[in-house]
Ligand binder design. Sequence first.
Ligand code: GDP
Ligand code: IMO
Ligand code: MG
Length: 439
Amino acid sequence: MSRASENLAVLGLQWGDEGKGKLVDLLAPRYRHVVRFQGGNNAGHTVVVDGQSLALHQVPSGALHPGCFLVVGSGVVLNLDVFEQELSRLRDRGIDVTSRLLLSDKAHLILPHHIALDVWREERAHKVGAKIGTTGRGIGPAYEMKAARMGLRVGDLKHPDVLAERIRPGYDEVRLRLGSGAELPTIEAIVENLLKAIEPLLGCIGNAQAHLQDAWAKGEQILFEGAQAALLDLDHGTYPFVTSSNCSLGGLFTGTGLPPKALHRILGVAKAYTTRVGAGPMVSELTNATGDHLREAGREYGTTTGRPRRCGWFDAPITAHACRTNGVDGLAIMKLDVLDGMAEVGIVVGYLDAHGHPVGQLPSCAAEWADLQPDVRMYKGWQTPTRGVTDHQQLPAEAQAYLDALAEAVEMPIVYVSTGPDRAEGCVYPGTFLEPLLA
Ligand code: GDP
Ligand code: IMO
Ligand code: MG
């Protein structure tokens, strides 16, 4: 198999919003299938073309390329109302994807009572200072219901007669928790809304696992689009301040039904600095004017919820952990231009414990994160803008030195540097596996 026909995964290495959408859109023309395999409309993936920005939440970011078949795998949780809104926004741009869209019949649905439970739980947690800061989209409860075997799957919608009885157990449990006064639509109204929403998509429901197995057997190229990121992974992230799916590599296989040998390369995506939206440990966080500067320069406000993102220097320990967890082959470093004009830029090269001793591995308990301090190394900034630069050798010397230090701290080669939101704004490193894919 030629290098160009290898199947590739694009995975986030921080706490989300690294710029996965931009990369997937950029790579998509080389691929026949673009696949989402986990997460739901907590994701917000931005694609910018000719200065126009499009936020995708559940539709794979290959949508703008007519030659791409879009697959929503079984590991995804789907909000059909939001899905329809996305399709409608695409139609407004003259793009109708329904003839090249497959929704796994095994994907689970996000229902109104899941959203109500998510919001209710966060409000209660807020009172005792234990909020996770979820997106409030019902993601956690939808995955909970899946694990509790009370979920509703997309394929169930082909059998309207059984829907009410499939929904009832989970619905009744949520009612018990929220109390009888909680405002929830009736089960009948939920069923009616689901059937209305799925009507135009009935022809898109199918066996996504068989479709992908077949594509793989035929040697058709597949691009896998991660949502969220390794540090939000339910098992390997900063639990409990995580999302409810496996957004690192393991989730790709459970969320598609493909075996590991169907995947050939893994592109890890990180910003040139660190952001996080929601609560939880963030050793690199800068709660000062520098953090504010990064937020404004990088427009660090959530694509999904509009919340301000917490900002800090590039955090090598978390990114290295994410690279190991995902078996990453190369790094795409995004938003380098955001650091333009700063006198100095920092890298968190390690963590120190309360006694100032270096910490070798990331803690696994939330309590153990509390005392950690960042070991920050500062580098000279650059005044020549990097915005729009397409050849890494044309980057200012200080920016090149910074990137070299970053790659060394993570022990991973850089294969792409992004210098602006648009497709054309970025440098592919010659001689790397990415070069033929973006040639
Ligand atoms: P995702 O969730 O990983 O797809 O990332 P988001 O779309 O939520 O957030 C990334 C944001 O950064 C989007 O608004 C992108 O348009 C923007 N972006 C991506 N790459 C660059 C870059 O190199 N420079 C700048 N300034 N913005 C970028
Ligand atoms: P993309 O794909 C950034 C965060 C939430 C919260 C935690 C749990 O755009 O990178 P959830 O609603 O999933 O139960 O919230 O996860 N979160 C994200 N942060 N980008 C995302 O997706 C996120 N999806 C969830 O802010 O801290
Ligand atoms: Mg995002």
